[in-house]
Every structure is written in C-alpha cells, then in structure tokens.
Design a protein. Structure first.
Length: 170
C-alpha cells in the first residue's frame, strides 16, 4: 500500500483491494497520518478491522491502493465539533453509495468512539435510507444536494457567480 503523495489535509479516503475490488472508506483530519496508521497496523497484523486484516493477510499489502475520494476544507464559521460531524457525514454518504465490504462489520474499532447521539443518527439512517444516489455521467453523488453544493464551490473557485443570465464571471 503506497502512501506517497497523500496530503496532510482533511478528507475522505478509500482503501481498495485490487484483487477483489472490495474496499474500506474512512475519513481523517490528516489523510497521510491516518492511512499510515492503517498501513502500519496491517503490516504488524494488529488492525482492529478483522475482515480488512484477513484480506491483507491473504492478498498482501501490495494488493491494496489508497485513493482520496474528497478533500475537505474547514470553513471559518465551523468549530471543531461541527467540522468533525460534517466530515463523518460525508464519509457516511460515500459508505452509503459505495457499500464498502470492509466497513461496519461489527468489529470496526471506531464504533466505540462514536457518540451515542451519532450512533442513533446512523441507526435512523439505516432504517430510513436516503433516496437513491444522484448520478451524473460516471460520477455518483450521495444526493442531489451534495452535487449542487460541490458545483457551487467549484463555480465559486472558478470565479463564476450565478445571475439571471446563468453563470457569469465575477
């Protein structure tokens, strides 16, 4: 599992078994440190996620690749708790869309670290799943609202603003 080039920034990542196509989705405030932690624990045969560890034991660490699904920036208005919640909700959206084989196995170590309130929200989401994911081309978005928000951010970054005439330069 190569981690060269991963940023030290917040985001959502995916660890994929290139042999089977199965994956794990996670989020971190520091992508490089978090994935390095996964790699080191898997290398020592001490990873808390038993199915992921078994897959590495069978296929080898070199059969796994890491991709950043989304970089996330903290807005100035967000405190640490709000940002962490937004990051976890984004992770949940990707988990819902991708249905990764190595997530939520009952042995995942992070279960105990989640607050009771957050676990209750996850339970309610499982009982009342969101509408089908929104697809544009080959890109899948957790929802139309997420797609619209990402487009707004990209348009703003490109210096475009919405007007009556459509998107125009600022």
């Amino acid at each position: 599992m190569k981690i060269d080039g991963l940023p030290n920034t917040p985001g959502v990542y995916q660890i994929t078994n290139t042999t089977t196509g199965e994956c794990y989705v996670g989020q971190a405030n520091n992508l490089m440190l978090r994935v390095k932690g996964h790699r080191d624990a898997l290398h020592r045969h001490q990873h808390a996620n038993t199915p992921l560890q078994k897959a590495v034991d069978i296929h080898g660490l070199d059969a796994f690749v890491v991709n950043v699904l989304e970089h996330v920036a903290r807005s100035p208005q967000e405190d640490e708790d709000q940002f962490s919640l937004r990051l976890r909700e984004l992770e949940d959206g990707y988990i819902y869309v991708l249905q990764p084989a190595y997530n939520d196995t009952g042995t995942h170590a992070s279960r105990g670290r989640r607050s009771a309130e957050y676990r209750e929200r996850l339970r309610l989401r499982r009982e009342n799943p969101p509408p089908e994911p929104y697809r544009i081309g080959n890109k899948v978005w957790p929802s139309y609202a997420v797609y619209v928000e990402r487009q707004r951010v990209l348009d703003r970054a490109a210096g475009l603003v919405k007007s009556e005439k459509g998107l125009t330069p600022e």
